[in-house]
Design a protein around this ligand. Structure first.
Ligand SMILES: [Zn+2]
Length: 474
């Protein structure tokens, strides 16, 4: 059953991943390390994520804007923590044409500073608030080790930046967007997320609080898949973002930012894929149904597949027909490699019998369906069923690979033999967090909640204050 052209997941998961990226034609490498080419099929997945989320952003009152690509270095330096966090990975432009620039510019690693400068100009009164802006763009962070979709020197993302009159409103926004990310992952990508607050060490440079969505990959490693930050008034003070409130006093705004990136494509590959390649959740799949005509040169087959395609398109099902002259076996493999949720096979005999064959990519199940006008309903229902099955499978994987431990020995044992998310009590001290990372390479993914009274920190043995989710991560 295994597709011979890619490495097996269990033999070498990292190689399996890059094999799938290439063979499913999601991306290609460019001549510059860390800068990938998004091929049509890969880009179409991103477009589907974009259009789904963009609707949710707009429904919740956000507007899209576009900020410049370059940031003057002086602007980036205005918020001390922020520049310290990003300086090591900035690409810097020092020349314009043949002339040295008076002030070097960085290629945006993120656009907080640009939004802040703009908001400081356009926000003057409580009447100007809130401002709920979002930007779809790419950012550049010079990474040493890169992997397609997971870590690149350039990646595509959206960054939301909002300013509010009160702390409560900004906090509500931070959590609202986290919820939108979590729901998108579940409803569009069939991926369950663990959510929570990042520790002080892991939070965003310049944020007061960072919330995260964390997914568990097939190999038991975590993938941070999106973050939502509450900034308080840190940037507001650095950039002098003030407004005249109803009580006639000047106040600093409260701010948030939030983002998800093309990393989500990596998550989809590593959560759902198998030894035959990609397995795409139907709602994000660029092609939901591929029709494979058997004996396609016979006119009766040709006419029938075109008729079926039209019927499915009318029901907003994304469908194509493989009319290439490749063998049927090759076509089946290719459809599987690309993770197309449903394969529809039809030949002269099927037409005679008034049936067609449907094959589900997620579990290989074959079904017969009647060849009539109800087919589009049957397939719509099937696509929903596939989504639910994939989500349930991913939830089971997450639950089966989340382990609660009480001490360091147990922690190391689970980490090295089972992997996955490990819930462990922690004292709240950054030193313990660093020590655990150095000794085991596991990092804190998020804070799960308070620890119980009797628990002690797995590292130092002092009284624990929090239960934390640990994992090895991408
Ligand atoms: Zn400790």
């Amino acid at each position: 059953m295994k597709n011979e052209s890619i490495c097996s997941m269990n033999d070498d998961f990292a190689k399996w991943y890059t094999d799938v990226c290439k063979k499913a034609e999601l991306m290609d490498y460019s001549s510059l390390k860390g800068f990938i080419i998004y091929r049509p099929y890969g880009y179409a997945i991103w477009e589907n994520i974009q259009s789904y989320m963009d609707k949710l952003f707009k429904k919740t009152g956000h507007q899209n804007v576009y900020m410049p690509l370059l940031i003057p270095t002086s602007l980036l330096k205005k918020e001390a923590d922020h520049v310290e966090g990003f300086a090591p990975e900035c690409a810097v432009v020092t020349k314009g044409g043949l002339e040295e620039l008076e002030e070097p510019c960085v290629v945006r690693p993120t656009s907080e500073t640009l939004f802040c400068e703009h908001y400081s100009k356009i926000v003057n009164s409580y009447r100007d608030l809130p401002k709920l802006y979002n930007q779809w763009c790419s950012v550049v962070r010079w990474e040493k080790t890169t992997r397609p979709f997971l870590r690149g020197s350039e990646f595509l993302w959206q960054e939301g930046h909002t300013v509010h009159a009160t702390k409560e409103e900004a906090m509500e926004e931070t959590l609202k967007m986290l919820e939108i990310y979590k729901n998108t992952s579940a409803n569009l990508l069939a991926i369950p997320m663990v959510t929570g607050l990042k520790t002080e060490k892991e939070k965003f440079a310049g944020a007061e609080a960072t919330y995260t969505i964390e997914a568990l990959m097939h190999d038991g490693k975590a993938l941070q898949s999106g973050t939502s930050h509450y900034f308080g008034q840190g940037f507001a003070k650095a950039f002098d973002m003030k407004f005249l409130d109803k009580d006639n006093t000047w106040k600093y705004v409260y701010q948030t930012s939030w983002g998800v990136s093309t990393r989500l494509i990596g998550a989809v590959i590593m959560v759902h894929g198998d030894d035959n390649g990609l397995v795409l959740p139907p709602r994000v799949a660029p092609i939901q149904v591929r029709i494979i005509p058997i004996k396609q040169n016979e006119e009766i087959v040709l006419n029938k597949v075109l008729e079926i395609k039209e019927l499915l398109e009318k029901a907003d099902i994304r469908v194509d027909i493989d009319f290439t002259d490749k063998s049927n076996g090759y076509k089946f493999n290719e459809s599987e490699m690309r993770g197309i949720p449903v394969r529809l096979e039809i030949g002269p005999k099927d037409i005679e019998n008034g049936t067609i064959k449907l094959v589900k990519r997620n579990d290989g199940t074959k079904l017969d369906a009647a060849l009539d006008d109800n087919l589009s309903n049957v397939i719509s229902d099937l696509l929903n069923k596939i989504h639910n099955e994939m989500y349930e499978k991913a939830c089971n994987h997450l639950n089966n690979n989340t382990t609660k431990v009480d001490n360091y020995d147990e922690f190391k044992n689970v980490l090295n033999n089972k992997g996955g998310f490990i819930l462990a009590p922690w004292c709240g001290n950054t030193e313990c967090e660093i020590k655990i990372k150095e000794e085991t390479t596991a990092t804190t993914r998020c804070i799960n909640g308070e620890s119980s009274d009797s628990q002690v920190c797995i590292c130092c043995g002092k009284k624990a204050t929090k239960e934390v989710v640990f994992a090895r991560a991408y």
